[in-house]
Design a protein around this ligand. Structure first.
Ligand SMILES: NC(=O)c1ccc[n+]([C@@H]2O[C@H](COP(=O)([O-])OP(=O)(O)OC[C@H]3O[C@@H](n4cnc5c(N)ncnc54)[C@H](O)[C@@H]3O)[C@@H](O)[C@H]2O)c1
Length: 343
C-alpha cells in the first residue's frame, strides 16, 4: 500500500459490488481494508471473491473505530443509507454512496448537512453521467452545435426480473431508476428543475408492488422542457439501461440511443417547406473512465485536492428534488414547484 493510498471500508456486500470491484481493480490509489454487511456470509463471500486482504464484520461502527479508514463506500439498500452516512461522518470519513442519496428528501437534507458539518467529501454514485455517449452529447450542446436547447426527452422501457428490495419498494421506478435519467437531464443541459407534473402507476401484470411506470414533464431553467417516459414493466424491445435521448435546440437536434454513438442534424439553410439540413459530426472524445470507475476516480481526486466532486451530495439534492417532486405531483395531480425542494 503506497503512502498516498486511500483506505476504504465498503458496506453492503450485494449485487452492485461487482461493478465496484471491477472499477476498483483498475484504480491503484485506493485499497478496501474492510467489508461490512448485516449478513456476515455475504461479506465473507465478497472477501473470498474480490478482496482477500480485507477484514469482515457485521458491525460498521466497530470496524470504523478499529481500522480508522479514510473513506466509506456505501453499497447498502436505500433504507440503510442514512445510518451508514451518519456512522461515516461520526468517524470523519469521506463518503461515496450508492444512489439514491436517501429514501426521503428530509433524510437527504439531513445527510448533506451532516456531511458539511463533518467537513468531508460526500458524493453520490451517479455513474450514468460517465459514458462516452453522454459526454459527446454534452460537448455538442456546450459547443452550440444545435443552438440553444429547448426540449429534452428520455425513454426508458424494460422488464428486468429482480429479486430483493426493489420488488417491495414504493415508487420503485422513480426512486431507484429515474434518478439516473433526471440527473443525466441536468448534466446534459446544465439546467435546474423548476416544476414537475407526473403520472405514476403500476401496470397490470407488473412484478413490482408499486410504481413501476411513470410519465413526468419538467419545466427547467433556460425555458427547457424535459419529458421522461419510463417503465420497468415493459416486456419486449427494451431500451438500453441509459435510455433513449433526444435533445432539440433552436438550430438542430441530437439523438442518442443509449448505446451507440450519438447522431444529429442542424439547419444549414432556410430551404422551402423543410429547412436544408446537414448531419452533425461529433468530436472523438478523449478516453474517459466510464461508469463507477469515473465516479470513484473523481471522488478520490476531490479528497486529494479538497474540492467538490461532480456528483457532490449537495448538488445531487437537485436531481433528487426531481424524484420527490414527481412523486408528490403524481399524488396531487398538478404542477409541483421544485425550487423549495433544494433551496
Ligand atoms: N449505480 C448503479 O448503477 C446501481 C445499480 C444497481 C444498484 N444500485 C444501488 O446500490 C445499492 C445496493 O443495491 P444492490 O442491488 O447491491 O442490493 P442488494 O440487496 O443486492 O445488496 C445490499 C446489501 O446491503 C446489505 N445491507 C442492508 N442494510 C445494511 C446495513 N444497515 N448495514 C450493512 N449492510 C446492509 C444487505 O445485507 C445486502 O447484502 C442500492 O442503493 C441500489 O439502488 C446502483
Amino acid at each position: 500500500m503506497g503512502a498516498e493510498t486511500v483506505r476504504a471500508v465498503l458496506v453492503g456486500c450485494g449485487e452492485i459490488t461487482g461493478l465496484w470491484f471491477d472499477a476498483l481493480d483498475r484504480i491503484d490509489d485506493v485499497s478496501v481494508v474492510g467489508l461490512v454487511d448485516l449478513e456476515i456470509d455475504r461479506a465473507d463471500r465478497l472477501r473470498e471473491q474480490r478482496c482477500p486482504d480485507a477484514e469482515t464484520s457485521t458491525d460498521l461502527n466497530g470496524m470504523l473505530d478499529r481500522l480508522r479508514p479514510d473513506c466509506v463506500f456505501d453499497c447498502t439498500v436505500p433504507a440503510a443509507h442514512e445510518h451508514v452516512a451518519l456512522a461515516a461522518f461520526a468517524h470523519r470519513c469521506h463518503l461515496l454512496g450508492e444512489k439514491p442519496l436517501a429514501p426521503t428528501l428530509e433524510a437527504a437534507r439531513r445527510l448533506v448537512k451532516a456531511g458539511r458539518a463533518a467537513g468531508v467529501v460526500h458524493a453520490v454514485v451517479q455513474n450514468w453521467r460517465y459514458s462516452t455517449g453522454m459526454g459527446q452529447l454534452r460537448a455538442a450542446v456546450e459547443a452550440g452545435r444545435i443552438g440553444r436547447p429547448t426540449t429534452l426527452t428520455a425513454d426508458f422501457f424494460m422488464a428486468p426480473h429482480f429479486t430483493g428490495f426493489r420488488n417491495e419498494m414504493d415508487h420503485v421506478l422513480l426512486l431507484d431508476m429515474a434518478i439516473h435519467s433526471f440527473d443525466q437531464a441536468r448534466f446534459l443541459t446544465g439546467a435546474d428543475p423548476l416544476a414537475v407534473q407526473c403520472l405514476e402507476w403500476n401496470p397490470p401484470g407488473s412484478p413490482f408492488a408499486a410504481g413501476a411506470a411513470a410519465l413526468a414533464t419538467f419545466r427547467m431553467t433556460d425555458d427547457i422542457v424535459f419529458s421522461y417516459r419510463g417503465s420497468w414493466s415493459a416486456e419486449g424491445r427494451p431500451s438500453p439501461w441509459h435510455g433513449e435521448w433526444r435533445l432539440v435546440g433552436e438550430g438542430g437536434t441530437v439523438r442518442w440511443n443509449g448505446a451507440d454513438r450519438p447522431t444529429g442534424e442542424r439547419r444549414a439553410g432556410p430551404g422551402a417547406f423543410w429547412s436544408d439540413l446537414q448531419p452533425l459530426s461529433f468530436d472523438e472524445p478523449p478516453p474517459m473512465a466510464e461508469g463507477h470507475e469515473g465516479v470513484i476516480r473523481d471522488f478520490l481526486t476531490a479528497i486529494a485536492n479538497r474540492t467538490r466532486p461532480p456528483t457532490d451530495a449537495s448538488d445531487n439534492l437537485r436531481s433528487l428534488a426531481m424524484v420527490f417532486g414527481a412523486i408528490e405531483a403524481a399524488k396531487t395531480g398538478g404542477w409541483v414547484d421544485l425550487r423549495p425542494y433544494y433551496a
